[in-house]
Write a protein that binds this ligand. Sequence first.
Ligand SMILES: Nc1ncnc2c1ncn2[C@@H]1O[C@H](COP(=O)(O)OP(=O)(O)OP(=O)(O)O)[C@@H](O)[C@H]1O
Length: 221
Amino acid sequence: MITITDLNFSYTGKKPYLLSEINLNVPQGAYISIVGNNGCGKSTLLRLILKFMLPTHGSIRINASRIGYVPQKKDTDSAFPITVKEVIHSYGRILHLHSIDVRSILSVTGMESQAEELVGNLSGGQYQRMLIARALMGNPDLLILDEPSTGVDVSSQKEIYAVLHRLNTEQRLTILAVEHNLYAAARYSSMLYHIANGHGHLCTPQHYLDEYMTREGSFHA
Ligand SMILES: Nc1ncnc2c1ncn2[C@@H]1O[C@H](COP(=O)(O)OP(=O)(O)OP(=O)(O)O)[C@@H](O)[C@H]1O
């Protein structure tokens, strides 16, 4: 679904590269979490995949009919006076959807009873579940998320990952997520893509736990 070939990237367009010799294949139905230390280039890689920027060298091919995107919470404005229902309607207009069933859209992430709520009154977990419901409008075959559980309490994290797990295993939705929650990455991903020193390595959750966690520090649930 995503094929990245010999990608190099720096914000200056010159060496040293932030991302170097990146080769990654995300097959249909996979759930891949991108992990690595702060500043290693995880979000940069997502922005390249989303075509917000171009690689310095190399190519990214995407074979998806529609991509759903859940941005980092800090990149969204939860103070804007708009209800959950209005968020769904306005996104439907952007997608040129003719009829919108707000209740059924929100029910995918268990948010139907918050439809009339102002987004500023939602908890971190509810807000994130609203963004996931919005990203699923128009039936994407690829869902990209940037830190889906950052700033979300543990019980809401469980709800978010239950939704993502269900979408991936039952509906075969391909998921690519930048992940700081290493417990969730190891528990729910089919594979992890670990970035360190500009280079990426695809590994199984077990391999990541065995090889990297001991070197990179403690395990956060
Ligand atoms: N627009 C930009 N212009 C120049 N440098 C940038 C830009 N955006 C990010 N960077 C730098 O690129 C590096 C990688 O940033 P990026 O956000 O991709 O890292 P990350 O792995 O997602 O980090 P974190 O885990 O902290 O979110 C950082 O040193 C950051 O300061």
